[in-house]
Design a protein around this ligand. Structure first.
Ligand code: ATP
Length: 234
């Protein structure tokens, strides 16, 4: 049994169906990347796992239990934390207050605390009394990741954490992924940049038009296969 699994997962926005039978799995300790073009359904998949979209038919299992019917708060309390697309910090709160908010839904002792988050992203300690609005995009993204880690999740879902950031900042942020794995969490990372996804993950799923079009270990997939799965092959 995998740590997290989806089975024939479907999702719709009103009459518009966005996912058509998606099967993915995440093993304990793994980092899995979900790649695909705009509109492929990656964010919808993250929302369906994290409970932003509720799934009455229990197509999502975490730690052997169905979680599809649970709310986002209940899923977070069980140990699945989301770093949402767009960071969503509280702009008037300081860096430290934003981080502490991460502990409200789930008080579980573990590796992650203010001290270890500051060790992961030292710039946040320097800026700890600054409001969220005074930070660069990369620093805001670090706060969003740190805030999710503060709940000591077993699974971290990251939705496009590199979006709109400069390459040097993206490098810093992705350098955190192996450290998060070493500290005991498993990750799903949504990423539009194929090269970045390959570097950071053990396994990759490619999505197109609401379906998984390719799955495999990051070091075994050919560029051609990925290109076809991403853009649609002949
Ligand atoms: P992006 O990189 O643009 O975020 P994505 O792969 O994450 O793309 P989704 O955001 O999951 O894709 O979108 C999948 C499909 O669902 C798209 O066709 C999109 O237009 C549609 N969609 C997403 N959110 C909504 C919504 N709130 N209401 C209606 N349709 C939506």
């Amino acid at each position: 049994m995998s740590l997290l699994e989806t089975h024939a997962l479907t999702a719709s926005y009103g009459d518009f169906q966005a996912l058509f039978g998606v099967d993915i799995r995440l093993e304990e300790g793994e980092a899995v990347a979900i790649i695909g073009a705009n509109g492929a359904g990656k964010s919808t998949l993250m929302r369906s796992i994290s409970g932003v979209l509720i799934n009455e038919t229990d197509q999502v299992q975490f730690d052997g239990q169905p979680i599809g019917h649970l709310t986002a708060d209940e899923i977070m309390a069980r140990g699945v934390a989301m770093v949402p697309e767009g960071r969503r910090l509280f702009p008037s709160l300081s860096v430290e207050e934003n981080l502490l908010i991460g502990t409200y839904g789930r008080k579980v002792a573990g590796h992650w605390s203010l001290e270890t988050v500051y060790d992961l992203f030292p710039i946040l300690q320097e800026r700890r009394n600054h409001p969220g609005t005074a930070l660069s995009g990369g620093q805001q993204q670090m706060v969003a990741i740190g805030r999710a880690l503060m709940s000591n999740p077993r699974v971290l879902l990251c939705d496009e954490i590199s979006l709109g950031l400069a390459p040097v900042v993206i490098k810093d942020i992705y350098a955190a992924v192996p450290r998060i794995q070493d500290a005991g969490a498993s990750l799903i990372v949504v990423e539009q940049d194929i090269g970045q996804a390959m570097k950071v993950s053990d396994r990759v799923y490619c999505m197109m038009e609401g379906r998984v079009t390719l799955e495999g270990a990051a070091d075994t997939l050919s560029r051609e296969a990925i290109h076809d799965a991403y853009f649609g092959g002949a």
